[in-house]
Ligand binder design. Structure first.
Ligand SMILES: Cc1ncc(COP(=O)(O)O)c(C=O)c1O
Length: 406
């Protein structure tokens, strides 16, 4: 069995998560359910803030990427920690405001902002819009005039680095739809110079997600530095640099120490390039803050052997957790009660697709029907990507129930 820094079995063979004995989970309540460890989120965001507090700039502002997880108690932790929100749709903007984030704590990313979404952002007077194309900038410009309201804008650059992560979450290569190339700068500057309601503030990059080695990020920083120098030469005042999110987590063995080391390395790389930057630095982390803070609790409906392999059929599948199907992502699976014999299974869901699996050829302690299993590290891009395909219900969400807290 894989050694994990978050999960282990106690002497009675029951699963512990962050030291909390989960045996009472077998008590009856609605499943499948996402459970969140809020203490973990709080510790994580405090560590993130502390580690970046020395990386440069006059301030370091964090805008949590809401798309990773929008569970209200988690958002309230970020609010209490003074963290802002990075939204990518009108729906997310509405939610952030409903949760009590002030407009100046909200930034708006995303390649396809509609006129309606831009109008809502300008009317709300959010902190900034991260612009993804000159067409978008023109639309924003004309809307500021219609509404007679100004808005601050940051240009998202595509630094053209071939990021080593799953291709669907690499965003900083010329092949990707995200950001703008440096050649667009003169046109962008022209648009801004013609409308005093458009307030240019700086640049943003976000080169991809689940980054576990930072060579590509370092290259992107070097390129950004050179673009900042070029832009300053063209007379632009750069007051903000937004470095996106992207730090990865260890889905295999939950090596928290290694993740903290990676965060230190990330901070050091930034300091190296922008330690003396005279404006504000911004960050948009998602996964690193919440990924390990969630588990999906499901129940075994049937065991099935087709003469070729053993399937564990759960009441939850790609409808509740898309990541294995979409990215071949690895999530470890932990039966609530461990048994001494090990077996190899495909863990699949109820959906009418052969792509509906949560794990393939997974070695695991022997499973029985009605067993409860936990799918680990689903705090980021878990519930927010779930859907009701085949008209199955959406999963429930809860913080760790009272009876489980230490
Ligand atoms: C623009 C932007 N910022 C931040 C993030 C958060 O990334 P991560 O969860 O990898 O930190 C994303 C994720 O897709 C993104 O698209």
């Amino acid at each position: 069995m894989v050694k994990s820094q978050i999960f282990n079995y106690n002497q009675d063979g029951f699963l512990c998560w962050n030291g909390q004995d989960l045996r009472a989970l077998s008590a009856k309540y609605d499943r499948p359910i996402y459970l969140y460890d809020l203490n973990f989120v709080k510790n994580r965001v405090q560590l993130y803030k502390k580690s970046l507090s020395t990386c440069g700039g006059t301030r370091q502002n964090i805008f949590y990427a809401l798309k990773a997880n929008h569970y209200s108690p988690i958002l309230q932790i970020f609010k209490n920690e003074g963290v802002g929100i990075d939204v990518v749709s009108g729906g997310e903007l509405e939610l952030a405001m409903k949760e009590g984030f002030r407009p100046e704590q909200i930034i708006f990313s995303g390649v396809g902002k509609t006129a309606q979404e831009i109008k809502a952002a300008i009317n709300a007077q959010i902190r900034q819009i991260n612009v993804e194309s000159s067409s978008e900038l023109k639309r924003i410009s004309s809307m500021t005039k219609d509404l007679n309201k100004s808005i601050e804008v940051v240009f998202r650059l595509n630094p053209d680095v071939d990021v080593k992560t799953h291709p669907y979450i690499a965003t900083g290569f010329r092949d990707n739809k995200f950001g703008m190339n440096v050649e667009s700068l003169p046109e962008l500057i022209q648009i801004v110079s013609e409308n005093e309601l458009l307030k240019f503030k700086g640049f943003s990059i976000h080169i991809g997600s689940q980054l576990l080695e930072l060579g590509d990020f370092a290259e992107a920083l070097r390129k950004l530095k050179s673009i900042v120098a070029q832009a300053s030469g063209l007379g632009l005042k750069i007051e903000r640099l937004d470095l996106g999110g992207g730090l990865g987590i260890d889905y295999h063995s939950q090596n928290i120490q290694e993740e903290s080391r990676l965060l230190q390395e990330y901070s050091a790389l930034i300091k190296n390039e922008f330690g003396d930057f005279s404006g504000e630095l911004q960050f948009e982390p998602g996964r690193w803050l919440v990924g390990h803070a969630g588990v999906l609790v499901a129940q075994v409906q049937y065991l099935k052997n087709n003469g070729f392999k053993d399937f564990v059929i759960l009441d939850s599948g790609m409808n509740h957790l898309m990541r294995p199907t979409l990215y071949s992502a690895h999530h470890s699976i932990w039966p609530l009660k461990s048994r001494p014999t090990m077996k190899t299974y495909d863990f699949v869901g109820p959906i009418c697709e052969s792509g509906d699996f949560l794990a393939k050829a997974r070695n695991c302690s022997q499973i029985q029907e009605n067993d409860i299993v936990l799918i680990a590290d689903v705090g980021a891009y878990g519930y927010t990507m779930s859907n009701s395909y085949n008209l199955h219900s959406l999963p429930q969400q809860s913080e760790l129930p009272e009876f489980l807290r230490p």
